[in-house]
Design a protein around this ligand. Structure first.
Ligand code: CP
Length: 323
C-alpha cells in the first residue's frame, strides 16, 4: 500500500499528513474553520455531527489537541470518548488491526497521538472509520492547519508571507514546511545541523514549492532566517520522547532562542507563534512569548475551530462503514 496520507479507502478519508491534501482542500478547511469560528462567537448552534462519536486515543500527554477535539465534537452536537491507553486491551498486547476493526464498529472517527508514524498508518489501513493524526514523531498536521488559519487572520493572506521557523526541526516543523509549501508561502528554516527537519519531508516540500511558487530557505544562523520575516515560529527543544537528550539539546540549541534581539531582525509587525506548551527561558524568552507581538493564545484558540472543520470535513454526510 502506498503511503498516501489523506486518502479514500472503503469510502473513508483519513488525515495523517498535510502532503496529500490538495491546496483546494486546505482552502476549504480554512474557510470552514473561519465560518465555524464565527458561528461559535455569535452563539449560533451548529450541530453538524449530531449522533456521531469520536474516539480519542493518546499515548502521549496533550492539553490543546485532546481538549479542542473533545470540546469541538460536543459543540458539533456529537460525543467524544477518551480511551485511556492503560485501560484498553491494546496496552496488554491486542493488535492494532483487531482494535482498529472493532472500534470502527462503535465509533465514527478516531484521533490518535502516538510515537512512530507507522502506527497511525497502520490504523488508517485497518480502520474503516476516518483516522486523524493527533501528533506523531514525524508530523502534527492539525497544528499546521490551524496555524495557517491564524496567519491568514493576522496577515490577511498566506501567499508570499514569510515564516521563519527557529530551533528544533521537529514534527511541528515538518508539518509547517509542508503547509507553507502547499500555500505558496516563504519559509526560512533556522535550525542547527544536529536538529534539522526530516530530509524526505524537506525534499517533498521543495517539489510542492515548485508547483505553488513557495520558497524554502535554510540557514544555520537564526538571524539570517528571521530577516524580513512576517512570522517567527518556534517550539520546545525537548519534544516528547527526547528527554534523554535534554542536556545536549539545551547546549546546541541555546543560540536559537527567540528573544528580543532576534525579533528585531524580523519585520517590525512580525507576529510570534508557538504551538505550546512553551518553556520560557529556553526556546523563547518570557518577554517575547508574553509580549505584544505574540499571538499564542489566538493560535491555541484556533485549534478548536480547525478541529471542528476537520471533523465536519471527514465525518459530515458519512454513514458508518461496517466491515
Ligand atoms: N500544540 C499541541 O499539540 O498541544 P498539546 O500537546 O497540548 O496537544
Amino acid at each position: 500500500m502506498t503511503k498516501r496520507t489523506v486518502h479514500a479507502q472503503a469510502g473513508k478519508k483519513d488525515l495523517l499528513d498535510i502532503a496529500t491534501l490538495s491546496r483546494a482542500e486546505v482552502e476549504r478547511l480554512l474557510t470552514s474553520a473561519a465560518l465555524l469560528k464565527e458561528k461559535q462567537r455569535c452563539g449560533i448552534p451548529h450541530p453538524l455531527l449530531s449522533g456521531k462519536t469520536l474516539g480519542l486515543l493518546f499515548q502521549k500527554p496533550s492539553t490543546r489537541t485532546r481538549v479542542s477535539f473533545e470540546a469541538g465534537m460536543n459543540q458539533l452536537g456529537g460525543h467524544a470518548l477518551v480511551l485511556p491507553m492503560g485501560e484498553i486491551q491494546l496496552s496488554r498486547g491486542e493488535s492494532v488491526a483487531d482494535t482498529a476493526r472493532v472500534l470502527s464498529c462503535y465509533l465514527d472517527a478516531i484521533v490518535i497521538r502516538t510515537y512512530d508514524h507507522a502506527i497511525v498508518e497502520e490504523w488508517a489501513r485497518e480502520a474503516t472509520m476516518p483516522v486523524i493524526n493527533g501528533l506523531t514523531d514525524l508530523s502534527h498536521p492539525c497544528q499546521a492547519l490551524s496555524d495557517l488559519l491564524t496567519i491568514r487572520e493576522k496577515k490577511g493572506r498566506l501567499k508570499g508571507i514569510k515564516i521563519a521557523y527557529i530551533g528544533d526541526g521537529n514534527n511541528v516543523a515538518n508539518s509547517l514546511i509542508e503547509a507553507a509549501a502547499k500555500m505558496g508561502m516563504v519559509i526560512a528554516l533556522g535550525c542547527p545541523a544536529a536538529y534539522q527537519l526530516e530530509q524526505h519531508i524537506v525534499d517533498r516540500a521543495r517539489v510542492e514549492a515548485k508547483k505553488t511558487g513557495a520558497m524554502i530557505e535554510s540557514s544555520q544562523d537564526p538571524h539570517i532566517a528571521v530577516k524580513d520575516a512576517d512570522v517567527i515560529y518556534t517550539d520546545v527543544w525537548i519534544s516528547m520522547g527526547r528527554e534523554r537528550e535534554h542536556a545536549r539539546r539545551l547546549k546546541v540549541l541555546a543560540p536559537y532562542q527567540v528573544n528580543r534581539r532576534l525579533l528585531h531582525c524580523a519585520k517590525p509587525d512580525a507576529i510570534v507563534m508557538h504551538c505550546l506548551p512553551a518553556h520560557r527561558g529556553e526556546e523563547i524568552s518570557a518577554e517575547v512569548l508574553d509580549g505584544p507581538q505574540s499571538v499564542i493564545i489566538d493560535q491555541a484558540e484556533n485549534r478548536l475551530h480547525m478541529q471542528k472543520a476537520i471533523l465536519t470535513n471527514l465525518l459530515g454526510n458519512r454513514s458508518r462503514t461496517k466491515r
